[in-house]
Every structure is written in structure tokens, then in C-alpha cells.
Design a protein around this ligand. Sequence first.
Ligand code: NAP
Length: 680
Amino acid sequence: MSAVPMQLKSHVAGRWQAGAGDAQPLRDATTGQVIAAASSAGIDFAAMLAHARQVGGPALCALTFHERAAVLKRLAQHLSGLKEEFYALSFATGATRADSWIDIDGGLGTLFAYASRGMRELPDGHVYVDGDTERLSKSGGFVGQHICTPLAGAAVHINAFNFPVWGMLEKLAPTLLAGVPAIVKPATATAYLTELVFRRIVESGLLPAGAVQLVCGGVGDLFDHLTGQDVVSFTGSASTAARLRTHPAVIAHAVRFIGETDSINCCVLGADAAPGTPEFDAFVREVAREMTAKAGQKCTAIRKALVPAAHADAAVQAIRAALAKVVIGDPRLEQVGMGPLAGLGQRSEVLARIAELAGEAQLVSDARNDFVGADRERGAFVAPTLLLCREPRAARAVHTVEAFGPVCTLMPYATPAEAIDYARRGEGSLVSSIFTADDALARELVLGLAPFHGRLLVVNRDCARESTGHGSPLPGLVHGGPGRAGGGEEMGGLRGVLHYMQRTALQGSPQTLSAVTGRWLRGAAERQDSVHPFRRAFGELEIGTTLRSAEREVTLEDIERFAALTGDTFYAHMDEEAARRNPLFGGRVAHGYFLISAAAGLFVDPPYGPVLANYGLERLRFAKPVRPGDRIKVRLTCKSKSLRAGKGYGEVSWDTEITNQDGDVVASYDVLTMVSADPA
Ligand code: NAP
């Protein structure tokens, strides 16, 4: 425990600062021993925000998306090398090693995932181009394009106590990738673990000055100094969220507020999933796992299990049996599957919520106090608690009270419509799961549940083994939910990055917009080069460089030879009489795939050179039929470039149009190539 300083410090404008005055003692969840203390008294929060805006923001914005992604990757690698230290301290939060894996490796995995997405899905530049160009004039000389740029403020991240590492990293990764500095405020109860990881981040020296700051303790008057360029991303209770999102400064400046709050998540067992089916078994495993992982202190944990009335008793028995096998106690012991809650305050809170639920439901799990190697009084233990509510229609608490611990209420339903009604009574949730092998039922439930949920998981025998589980938010998928769940969204791949950027509709000439975005738009100037563009190494290629090919006639013989070679003898290419009856063609036409092959024949430069591979086509459209006797030619323009750092090549996309003898576009697409960084 030597890594834990008695008094946690905040990291303010590049310096570590201890709070003045009395600090709040923080205790080990299992032993009750005081292991740290936190106070943020005396911190100048206005100066923190100013430092983020004036130092951190400009430093991050000086980097391209790829450079920021590379920093995230190096940071993830660096922290991965230190993670045993984090695991050791994480026991104090009450987490078992398996629980800590979700928090620590889950957090690092999210950093890695965003680093990789940043490289693959964002440009090596400063502007994110959102969607296609909008043509706004007849000639195409005036166009519109949405662009996204980083907000010029700070992100204030307020996190819950249950995931001190993941909670910080899943918010930091998209924020830093966007180019926005962050002020991290962990929940005080487990801030000692966040502080340790944050300390290692600072020591790594990988992040630019001002990119991240930390508050251990309360946020003081920070909210008074927020502006419309700042973003608050909050995870915690609905009541705190309500207080913060109605703060006068948040309202006055329309500060973006991302809220992840309480959630009465449910799972639904399909009527087909009778005892003995793989779906029933998967359902029982999932309910027991969700109740006991992190001792049920997951925002995504299953709080309501909806079961067809005919299977209710069997489900109770099976879940009880699964729970009875879980060893409860000191999370440091290897055999322990469930530790205590994060603290005694949480225990009182959860016991009070159980009492509320018990007013409408009967307790059906075994009473337990066989806590291994632990002090029953000073450790914050709560036994897994399964309740059965036989009359959910008349009940209220079971649909609206979240006991943030190892607690789940099972309730029978008669019809899918009734199951949907019960799920909706949660008034907006993060996630629901559906266990059925009946796809029609799955569809009915998904359509009924989707408006009330941020994520839905459908489990059947085909995917149960590979399922990532009910309770796992994933970097590529949206985490958040409507209504009670806070109305926010996090992660979801690039969607999570865009929360920290401003989308702007930009209008102007294609040439100007190309210069701004770093991506060639149709109508912008074409750059002629005396050298074939395929002879240029990645670094020598300039956006807008264009090759205009010679012309080629498409003959009937071409069409027949292509049909013979490929076996594609579709009537529109081969049967004049049938093709004439086709209202679109009115006669034989060339294969579209022949056209793009012939186009390649017109634009490639055959000898060995820097172009390593064509790895695909994007946005391919065949706009007009090409008939025997038509003459085609190609325009190929370097549209965008993205260096794959350290790989020796970059990706280049080429805006390509095939036109006919009348100048009409017959096909358009982007050719995707890998181009060597070295001249051939
Ligand atoms: P909480 O009391 O609302 O605390 C959440 C965070 O808000 C903590 O960092 C807390 O700091 C801070 N906070 C509290 N009052 C504040 C104020 N006036 N100004 C600024 N910050 C303030 O929630 P909790 O009881 O710790 O967390 C449990 C709840 O979080 C559960 O209801 C659970 O559903 C929800 N949760 C939701 C998600 C999700 O993703 N949707 C994830 C995890 C948890 P201090 O610790 O210093 O008070």
C-alpha cells in the first residue's frame, strides 16, 4: 500500500496540489481501514479551466488526429506495463481480480481501441469531414460540406465510484482524440486508484502540458466558470445530474452536458426458452453474473429479470443455485468471486433500497453471512439478493428503484407486450438483453424496447458462447440511454469523439473547401503532373493531382469476351431481345464490372512502382448504361492521403469518374490504394 499517499493531491495547472483544511478519509472496502484522504479546498478552479483552455487545448490542437492517436497508443502501452500496481490497489475498492479486469484492462482496451480508430477512421489532419459534399448550385461551383473541429474549451469529466480506472479512460480517450483538454474529477470514495493511474499518466510525459488535470475532492466553484465551449460529461446518480445540468452557468451558456445516470436495466427470457434450452441456461448464467460481478455495482447490471410466468419458479431455483456457488469475502483471496461494496455508505444505501423493493416483492435468495476472510461489520458486504415480484403490473418500486448492488428482481409476464410494458416502466435504460431462439419474438421485443434503450443484446444458442455479455459497454458501441439513464451517449466509436467537437456547415467554392479540409472535392482545381501519379511515392503525391486517360471504345466483342471470361452472362449483356424489354436499358449494355476493369486498364502505370496495392473501391455507382460503340475515358484525382505511421506506406484514395463520348458520367467511385513511403 506504499504507493498510496495519505493525502491525495489534485493536479492543477501542471503542479500537484494538496487540498487545504480537513480531508475526507477514504477506507478500504473490506477492512474499513483508512487508506487515504481527499480534499480540494483552496484550489483555484477558474485557473484550472484557464490552463486547460490556454495551454492544453492549443497543444492538443497543434497535433493531427493521427499524432493524438499515436499518443493514446503509447500511453496505453505505458500504463499496461504498470497495471499490476493498479490491480494491487484496486482490491481496496472491494473489487476481485476479475472485477478489476473490467476496470483496468477494460480502460486500457478502450484507450487502445480509440488509438486504433483514430488512425483508421480520422485523417492525418486537423479537420474531420462529416458526410458527403452537398451540391448547392447548378454548375457545382458552390457547395456545402459539414466539418468538425475541436471545441476551444475544456471537458469536465465527473465520474462515479464504481469504475475508477475505466471511468476515467473511457472519457479521456475520445476527448483527447478530439483535441480537447480534460479536467478529471473521480468520485471521492475510490479516488485513490484514479489518482495513482493519473499520476502514472503525468509521469509518462506523453501528454502535452495542460492536456489533463485532476481534482481529488469536490469541484468547488468550477461550474460557475463554464462557457459554451466547455463540455461536462457526468456519470453518477440522476439527482446529482439534475443538479448539475440545471446549474445557472450550464443553462446560461448552453454548456454541452453528457449524462450517464441511474438505470433499471432488464433482461427478458423468451417464452420459447424453457428450462433445459441453451437460452434458459445462458439467461441464468447472465443474471447470476450480472448480480455478482463488481458486487452488482455496474450501471449496466441487470436489475429486473422478466420471465414467462410458466418458467418463473424454475428460473428462481436456477438463479438461486447459481448464486449459492459464489464465494463472498475478501477480494484478495483467490477463491472469492464477489467482494464487498465500495464502502459502508453504499451498504446502507443498498440495504435501504432492498427494503423498498421488499415492500413489493418477496426475498427468494438464501440469506448469507459466510464471508470468507473478512470482517462482517467493517467490510461493506451485502449478500446477493434475488427478489420475486408476482404482481409487477401493480408495483412501482421494482420498476423505478435502483439498488446499486448485487440485487435483482424477477417478475413474471404473460405476453411479449406485457414484457415490453414492464421494461418501459424503467423510463429509459442503458441496456436490456433478450434470451430467445425465436427471431420473430426477438424482432417484436427489439422494436418495443429500442426507443427506451441505448443498447440491446439478443442472445441465442448460436451466439451465447461468443457474446460479450449484458453488462459490458464496448468502445465501438454506444453507451448511454434515454430518460432515467441520463439521455447521454458515450463511446460508440467516432460518435464519442464528436461530442467534443463542433459541427459546422461550411459553404463556398469546391476549391476553397478543398483547401480547408485537405480533401479534394469535385469542382476544385486539378493539378497536372508530368509524371504519372502512380510513380509518385506517398510523400510526393499532392492532393488534386489528376490523370486524365485516353479514350477507349467499348465493343460487342469486349462484352462477349468479358462474359465468357467471368461467366456473367446476364441477359442485359448477352440477349439483345430480352435487354430491349428492360425499361432501363432498351438493348444490350456493357457489364459495370467490365467498365471499372477497363478504366483500370486506362489509368494504371504497369511497371513496378510505389503503388503497392489497390485494396478496394468505395461509393461505386453506375450512373448510365454503356452500349457497344460508346467511347469511355477516365479522370483519376488524388482525393485524400493518410500515412500509416511506422508501416512504410500510406493510404491514398482517388476520386474516379468514367465518362462517355458525350461527357456524361457513367460510373463514379473512389479507388483505394496503398502507396509506399519510399520512391521506387
Ligand atoms: P453521485 O453521488 O451522483 O456521484 C457521482 C459523481 O458526482 C461523483 O464524482 C461525485 O463526487 C460527483 N458529485 C456529487 N455531487 C456533486 C456536485 N454537487 N457537484 C459536482 N460533482 C458532484 O453518484 P454515486 O452515488 O457516487 O454513484 C452511483 C450512481 O451512479 C448510481 O445511481 C448509478 O446508477 C450511477 N452510475 C451510472 C453509470 C452510467 O454509466 N450510467 C455508471 C456508474 C454509476 P463525490 O464522490 O466527491 O461526491
